[in-house]
Design a protein around this ligand. Sequence first.
Ligand code: GAR
Length: 207
Amino acid sequence: MFKIGVLVSGGGTNLQAIIDSITAGELSGIEIASVISSKKDAYALSRAEEAGINAQYIGRGDYKSSAEYERALIDRFEGFGVELVVLAGFMIVLGETFLNAYENRIINIHPALIPSFCGDGFYGLKVHEAALARGVKVTGATVHFVTGETDGGPIILQKAVYINEDDDAASLQKRVMEEAEWTILPEAVRLISEGRLKIEGNIVRRI
Ligand code: GAR
């Protein structure tokens, strides 16, 4: 089994998309070994428990430094033999302690077509508000490897979503999830588990 660990902070619909893909037999040989939430009341924790997955709340506030917090996450994931870490709506920026422990083995889903509407301060609904404020006609989602530069790592998959005249940030967020995020995140996990990707600098190639 290829074991993944999922970091969440919110509703957990992307976690659910991975769970559903496994249940549907689309991600064979893949197991969600551990889910960690940075928020105690995240609905993502209930989704994990419902699916019989080991899930735990580990809050940043209980640790003196980012390094100590990240060490706790690493210890937890290593204890479960996690080989790939998936950031599925995880709202804490990871530092070098975590990045070094899982170098080239962390992926993130971002709700825009990187390099648009990304980087520090662009998360959740804010991303869609920025896209609407700029008046772009197409947005989408991106799965990328995580490096020290926020949303700057090698891009694995992207999927475009057209913006409707009557979209607001909430309706756009929902459509980007439904039409892009929930498809490309499980697909990226599958490609990595099958050893189908190679990173060359900041470019991801299929092998
Ligand atoms: C998703 O839209 C995800 O792309 C976004 O947070 C949401 C989490 O939803 N992530 C970011 O903005 C990261 N910069 P979920 O908890 O229902 O999966």
